[in-house]
Design a binder for this molecule. Structure first.
Ligand code: NAP
Length: 246
C-alpha cells in the first residue's frame, strides 16, 4: 500500500534532501513550502522524473490557516499519512540579544515551535484514525544544547522546546504505535546561514567541528529516513545529534 510522508519546508535545504530521499524509498511525498514556489516545484519535478509521486502542499506552517491548507492538499491525494518530518524552520538575523524585537521572537517561535506542534497535531489525528501507527521526526538543532550566544538565542530556545516536545509526544503516543524522534543537526551547508546574515558561517565554523568540516544535507536526510523506517522500530523519544561531534 502507498504510504505518505509530509515534509515541511521541503523546497530547499535539508527538507528538499529529505523529500528526494523519501521518494526514492517509495514514499508519496507531501512537499510543503511557504514562499519559494519555484524551488518546491523543482523538487516535485525531480521526484516525478525519478518515477516517484509528489504532492505540492503550499502553506505557512506558522499559522493555523496555513496548516489547514497543507493538510487539505494532503488529504485530497487519498494516501494514508504514515510519517511527518517537521523540518520548516527559521532563524532571525545574527545580533546581540538586547536588540531582539517582539516581532522577531514571534516569527521564530511561531515557525519553529507553533508550526511543529500544529503539523504534528494534524498528523497524529490522522495516524490515530488509520490505527496503523506512524513516525514523526522533528528537526531540532545542536543549538538546543549550545544556546547560540551572540547569534540567535531565540532560535536555540525554540529548538530546546522542540526536544522537550519530542520527549512528551513520544511518551503520549507510544502505545498507539506512533514513534517520535528528533535530529539535531550541527553546521549544515544550506541557505539558512545567509538568511541569518552570516554568509561565511559554514566556512568559518566548519573547520572547528570535531570531524573537521560542515555537514551536507544528505547526511541529515539519511538519518531522518532511518528514524522513519522500520529499521528504527524500537527507537522513540530519541534526540539524535547529526553534528560531526559539535
Ligand atoms: P533553509 O535552507 O533556510 O530552508 C528552510 C525551509 O523552510 C525552506 O524550504 C522554507 O520555505 C521553509 N520554511 C520556512 N518558514 C516556513 C513556514 N513558516 N512555513 C513553511 N515552510 C517554511 O533551512 P535548512 O538549513 O534546510 O533548515 C531546515 C531545518 O533544519 C530547520 O528547522 C533548521 O532549524 C534546521 N537546522 C539547520 C541547520 C543548518 O546548519 N542548516 C542546523 C541545525 C538545524 P520557502 O523556501 O518557501 O521559504
Amino acid at each position: 500500500m502507498d504510504r505518505l510522508v509530509l515534509v515541511t519546508g521541503a523546497g530547499r535545504g535539508i527538507g528538499a534532501a529529505v523529500a528526494l530521499a523519501a521518494a526514492a524509498q517509495g514514499y508519496v511525498v507531501g512537499v510543503n513550502y511557504r514562499r519559494d514556489r519555484a524551488a518546491a516545484e523543482a523538487v516535485c519535478a525531480a521526484i516525478a522524473v525519478a518515477g516517484g509521486h509528489a504532492v505540492p502542499c503550499p502553506g505557512d506552517v506558522a499559522s493555523e490557516a496555513g496548516v489547514a491548507a497543507v493538510y487539505a492538499a494532503l488529504d485530497a491525494c487519498g494516501v494514508p499519512l504514515r510519517a511527518l518530518v517537521n523540518n520548516a524552520g527559521v532563524t532571525g538575523r545574527v545580533m546581540p540579544f538586547v536588540e531582539y524585537t517582539a516581532e522577531r521572537l514571534r516569527t521564530t517561535f511561531d515557525t519553529n515551535l507553533l508550526g511543529a506542534f500544529l503539523c504534528a497535531r494534524e498528523a497524529v489525528k490522522r495516524m490515530l484514525a488509520n490505527d496503523a501507527g506512524g513516525a514523526i521526526v522533528n528537526v531540532s538543532s545542536a543549538a538546543a544544547r549550545l544556546g547560540s550566544p551572540h547569534e540567535f538565542i531565540d532560535y536555540a530556545a525554540s529548538k530546546g522546546a522542540i526536544d522537550t516536545f519530542t520527549l512528551g509526544l513520544a511518551r503520549e503516543y507510544g502505545e498507539r504505535g506512533i514513534r517520535v524522534n528528533a535530529v539535531r543537526p550541527g553546521i549544515i551547508r544550506t541557505s539558512i546561514h545567509a538568511s541569518a546574515g552570516a554568509v561565511d558561517r559554514v566556512e568559518r565554523l566548519g573547520p572547528q567541528v570535531p570531524l573537521g568540516r560542515a555537514g551536507e544535507v544528505d547526511e541529515v536526510a539519511r538519518t531522518i529516513l532511518w528514524l522513519l523506517s522500520d529499521e528504527a522500530s524500537y527507537v522513540t523519544g530519541a534526540l539524535v545529534d547529526v553534528a560531526g561531534g559539535r
